[in-house]
Design a protein around this ligand. Structure first.
Ligand SMILES: O=c1[nH]c(=O)n([C@H]2C[C@H](O)[C@@H](COP(=O)(O)O)O2)cc1CO
Ligand SMILES: [Zn+2]
Length: 184
């Protein structure tokens, strides 16, 4: 047991998994989105998920998508994950930070991202790429010089098993050649 573990999470997996873990808190029955903001020292400075504003009950405000009666839908009320992550920041600001997010940001979140000084957006899904909001978001990111790229994980699953802490690691096999120093 002299060698370090080799199957540890990469930084990118770690930050994206943090965004996805936050999304598990969402009460939205259809779309659970999480966002994680990371500074230049690779420190997490903000995490958020989509939900109703403070003081607006999850049980009273609507989660419907039915657009015929606008006031009866979630769209007028729900705070997006990106907005919450920015507002939840535990640092003075989020200038030059990177945002990891489950879904490509909408135009409203793109404005918040740009104005808050975030320089890079790493997203998992671009399933709304055809929507006007997404096209507008990309136009603004391109103009403002915010970089964005889709993350394609090597392993699609990160499993958290609470019982793992009680396992006996002494039976682990010797590890394979080490990773690049960048991954330390
Ligand atoms: O960037 C986003 N971030 C975010 O948190 N959301 C949330 C708001 C809503 O709760 C939900 C979108 O609802 P739906 O996909 O079911 O129409 O996802 C939606 C977007 C839109 O891309
Ligand atoms: Zn948004």
């Amino acid at each position: 047991m002299n060698n370090k573990r080799e199957d540890y999470l990469s930084w990118t997996d770690y930050f994206m998994a943090t965004a996805f873990l936050a999304a598990k808190r969402s009460k939205d029955p259809c779309s659970q989105v999480g966002a994680c903001i990371v500074n230049e020292d690779k420190k997490i400075v903000g995490v958020g998920y989509n939900g109703m504003p403070h003081g607006c009950s999850d049980d009273q405000f609507p989660w419907s998508k039915e657009k015929k009666y606008k006031l009866g839908t979630k769209y007028l009320f729900v705070c997006h994950a990106e907005m919450n992550a920015i507002l939840n920041k535990n640092s003075a600001d989020v200038k030059n930070c990177t945002m990891y997010v489950g879904l490509f940001p909408c135009n409203e979140c793109a404005k918040l991202i740009i104005q808050s000084g975030i320089r890079e957006v790493i997203y998992m899904s671009d399933k709304h790429s055809h929507k006007t909001e997404t096209v507008a978001a990309k136009l603004m990111f391109d103009s403002a010089g915010v970089k964005y790229w889709q993350y394609i994980p090597q392993n699609p699953k990160v499993v958290i098993d609470f019982t793992e802490i009680n396992w006996n690691n002494m039976t682990q096999l010797p590890s394979s050649p080490s990773k690049s120093s960048e991954e330390n």
